[in-house]
Design a protein around this ligand. Structure first.
Ligand code: GDP
Length: 302
């Protein structure tokens, strides 16, 4: 329901073609596809995917495979679902067999990193796992306090920096060591979202990755990139950079309950080939859901 209401704007943009499709006949094809192209672009599908979808439909219409407006509409939905399913359907977390599993949560400040980490902790704990949180955003003083609130809210233990100058990698390494000693199942690691330069941030993330790998072979098991769904296509270059430098294993798209621009979900999956593992649909503990491509498609089309 939250996903559905969050995408009301996208649904509205895309609904303009419904009436055209209702009265569609073959001679209308170019006009209908032009309108569809416009609606997809406005909804942040991006030019590459928009052209791919529109040309697929054109081919199927001209070859006689699609014979009515409702068949075109169904084919449109299937095109989007296929794009997501081909590359984005592996939503389960891969946690390996060594304990503790390590999940790093990365992304720029304000995107919803700490909130998503808290919600994920709640979800995994409810699933029966013993969770340890690690406050690896040592750059922003308030970040650790914010994570402590989530630790309290979810009833999870937390490891924080002991001194102001502590390095993020040292905090994460300490947390994973503690996780190993005390038999935790999963260590959830928060990280910085902004340093003096982008280069420093990426350098720090790489050293965090190395630090946890030294404690548990194969860690981090997941590196989840948090992206703000309301930023639309702007999330793409950001996601590309994080992925190139650190190697992202899954995406968490947040704020899909707000006025998210639905098309960017498809663009980011198609462009990066990385699955969306979770979506954020609010600020409460229960507002993180596994990504469901079919529910998504049904939320953006009438
Ligand atoms: P960080 O700087 O990346 O750690 O971001 P925060 O976790 O502090 O989140 C930034 C703001 O976005 C906070 O006010 C959060 O409550 C809010 N937020 C995070 N996720 C969601 C979401 O899924 N939906 C909504 N509506 N707000 C969110």
């Amino acid at each position: 329901e939250k996903l559905f209401s969050g995408f009301s704007k996208t649904r509205n943009n895309l609904s303009v073609i419904d009436e055209l499709l209702l009265y569609w006949n073959l001679s209308d094809t170019d006009r209908v596809l032009d309108e569809l192209e416009e609606a997809l672009l406005v909804s942040d599908f991006g030019p590459k995917i928009t052209i791919k979808i529109v040309e697929n439909l054109r081919e199927d219409i001209l070859s006689g495979k699609l014979k009515s407006g409702s068949e075109i509409k169904e084919a449109l939905k299937k095109n989007v679902l296929d794009l997501l399913s081909n590359k984005g359907s592996k939503t389960e977390l891969k946690l390996g067999f060594r304990k503790p599993a390590v999940i790093m949560i990365i992304g720029v400040n304000g995107g919803g990193k700490t909130t998503s980490l808290g919600k994920l902790a709640y979800r995994l704990k409810n699933g029966g796992a013993k969770i340890l949180l690690a406050a690896g955003d040592t750059f922003r003083a308030a970040a650790s306090d914010q994570l402590e609130i989530w630790a309290e809210r979810t009833g999870c233990e937390i490891v924080v920096a002991e001194t102001e100058k502590a390095k993020a990698s040292a905090v994460l390494s300490k947390a994973v060591k503690r996780g190993k000693e005390l038999g935790y199942d999963i260590v959830l690691c928060d990280t910085s979202g902004r340093l003096h330069t982008n280069y420093r941030l990426m350098e720090e993330l790489i050293s965090c990755k190395k630090a946890v790998a030294k404690v548990v072979a194969g860690a981090p098991n997941e590196i989840l990139l948090v992206l703000d769904g309301t930023t639309g296509l702007n999330m793409l270059p950001q996601a590309r950079e994080f992925n190139e430098v650190v190697g992202v294993t899954g995406l968490i798209l947040t704020k899909l309950d707000g006025s998210a621009r639905g098309g960017c979900v498809v663009s980011v999956v198609d462009e990066l080939g990385i699955p969306v593992k979770f979506v954020g649909v609010g600020e409460g503990v229960e507002d993180l859901q596994p990504f469901d491509a079919e529910a998504f498609v049904n939320a953006i089309f009438m």
